[in-house]
Write a protein that binds this ligand. Sequence first.
Ligand SMILES: Cc1ncc(COP(=O)(O)O)c(C=O)c1O
Ligand SMILES: [Zn+2]
Length: 524
Amino acid sequence: MIVEGAFATLGTQENVHGIKFRLGKGIPRMGWIANKLKLSCLNCGREYPWSFTLQCEPCNGALVDVDYNLDNVTIRSEGCHMERFFDLLPLLDRQSILDGQEGNTPCVHARELGKWLKLPKVYLKDETKNPTGTTKDRQGGLPVAVFRELGIHEFITSSTGNSSTAIARIVARFPDMRMHLFVGDEFLSRVNVVGAENLIVYWLKNGTFVDAHKAAAWFAKQSGITSARGIFFFGQREGLKTAFFEAVDQVPEPIDVYIQGVSSALGVYSTYKGATQYLGLGKIPKMPRLVCVQEETCNPMVRAWEDNAETIRPEHIIRYPRGLSKSTLRGDPTMSYPYIRRVVKATNGTMVTATQAEMREARKLLYELEGIDACYTSVMTIVAARKLAAQGWLSPDDVVLLNITGSDREGAPYPQPNFVVEKEGDGWRIEPFRDEVARGCLDRVYEVIRQTLRIPPEMKLDTEIRLLGGDLALDSVAQLELTLAIEKEFGCEVPPEDINAENFLTIGHLADYLRKRLCDALPA
Ligand SMILES: Cc1ncc(COP(=O)(O)O)c(C=O)c1O
Ligand SMILES: [Zn+2]
């Protein structure tokens, strides 16, 4: 069977799923490992033994991906997702399966929401029903199972909270493992596994998610400990497709379109792979069009897509990402974007931006109409569906699957960090956490704002609240008062030319301004 796949442009030969790639001369070929799977470079087709090989060095780090022998696949109707879809997951031994109670989530025909969207066939894959409330639970057990099968017991990772919570929950079951987790100041409270001694938390108290990612990569190099490597690790990618597999059985008609809020778009890539496999197995009649959605304040992929760029260029990168959708604050998706673009293009899909006003409205609506309390990342799918329906890109006949990827774990306990990490020269300083250094930059900003502007305790503060115009609409007196209080709290001088919309537009802007100042070690 030939699928005109995403990688057709790369070359001349097709792999087992009909996806074409360039097969260089003298490139090693190994055949199926255990008659089940293959690890091969997407660029040159070089095959690797069953190992933690994520990138092909001769191809400048091109992605090494997993393929499965479709002649040997049985999909089971019962069990946890690793049991049901074992033949399409990167594990050789059934003994490796870990049941974390994830998956087998409901998929609802959203009739009321569908009326509002003018899309009568809209379905919601309700991933909020997973154990930690997000689709990342599918990405929790699988990488741990793969690590264990490959004999890796210690690893480093960073996250905006959901995937690390999912992974840490499973790691906590294995005293012989250690997980080193790097988190930005705003994200510590989103890591909701407490009391696990083998979870070691490194907190960048003045750092963003991007800083945490960089610090984690630096630490991996220094320590020699395995880095989980996000999108590059097939163990992290592959589990996400099982939401689509389940939906194929749950939706009564073939799925025409799959929509997801994305950061690196691992879920979309994985869904593409899954759909390709299901096509090969004859379980679905066509490849769904894939749609990625990002928030207006952090939409590097959509920007690149709209420029028809094959790679992320400097002008697409969001240096200080912020937004309502906390799990997609990846301002620089350089590594994953080219792969995602190819799969989205191959399916005649698209990429869409959601505004914050639209997201707030969609979140309320989803709760009121369908009773699902989802996070802002999830509801971006509703915004995208509405836009695409209005443009005629989606028609009322289309069967549309929205991946409601998660909910917020509001108020859930989070661990005390083991270490505090701060920028130092070209590297990072890592020091044991002490109570007296316990406040992060954003928390300090919140507190100053609360006190200076006398904000009542019941009003929740968020990085997206506007200081100038909109929400708080500070007049010049309040602005001055706030500036003085910030100077006092941070022991620095804020020069008059710095008091502008670039630095003071929202609470997030102010926190970023101070993070930059803290990195440059303050006073003016
Ligand atoms: C709830 C939720 N939805 C969506 C995403 C985006 O996932 P990706 O871009 O990796 O597919 C994340 C990432 O952490 C998430 O936590
Ligand atoms: Zn290669």
